[in-house]
Design a protein around this ligand. Sequence first.
Ligand code: FAD
Length: 296
Amino acid sequence: VGGLPNLAELPAPKLSFEFFPPRTEALEAQLWACIRRLEPLQPRFVSVTYGAGGTTQARTHATVARIIRETSLTPAAHLTCVGAPRGEVDDVARAYWDAGVRHIVALRGDAPAGVERYEPHPEGYAYAADLVAGLARVAPFEISVAAYPETHPTAQSAGHDLDNLKRKIDAGATRAITQYFFDTDTYLRFLDRCAAAGITVPIVPGIMPVSNFVQMKKFSAMCGAGVPEWMGRLFEGLEEDADTRRLVAAVVAAEQVRLLQANGVDEFHFYTLNRSDLVYAIAHLLGARPAAPGQA
Ligand code: FAD
């Protein structure tokens, strides 16, 4: 009989957590409560996003710098190249290096709201692969990039998108983190396609615990993540019942990660949305345990 793996026989999972830079003092307090709660789980790194078109440049930097100053965590800074000349992007990267950041999540970013089609800046890095190559010239960063198990929404084809991922790896990235997905088979098939294309770096699944289903569905339509019908059924009728929604969300994410684990996946990147409770519980179910005091 198949089934879920025996936790006692598995090594601890390798975890990373993603945060967004806070806009207000209240959100800052929420982020830091989240960081403090997750810190003892000793993630391999924690990453901080870069707002659309660089709009959070200063806040991303400040958040990453505080993580270095005040925690035992290893930060990764997201960086996008949309809408900026190469020199400006290089300067941001250099400032990260000087602040002690050694890991960049290198992304293209999206066209600003209201602009239908992405156009590269005339003096900019046109695509993430160009940014990866540029970063390697700035400093010897560790570089992660984005991958899309369900294909990037504006890609010419799934094949073109996979070629693009390969170009990002060939340019120097050593890890891909996926867009979130809910259909485990899609991700596992994507791993097979990556392997067939000669991509050998880890393709770490991005896990999004969902507690606001309605909002997530809207967002997913924009970023090309499929929301299976069974998920809609699970959240049906719970629009006004946040408590039950959270319990359902925990079960959905727990089933997803345990199924991935049963298929040999041992690395997980969590989109925390700066909230720790679901993420902590799911990491616990995967076998993560806090470090003993003094070891964090
Ligand atoms: P690319 O790899 O450059 O690909 C973008 C599209 O262009 C794809 O369709 C690709 O197939 C196509 N393409 C690539 N090269 C060529 C070429 N030479 N000719 C024609 N087509 C080409 N956004 C933010 O603004 N800030 C963040 O912090 C952020 N973090 C993210 C983290 C993760 C893990 C993920 C998965 C996404 C993140 N995003 C973030 C969103 C990301 O910026 C968007 O998904 C964006 O649309 C694509 O970025 P990319 O790096 O995948 O682009």
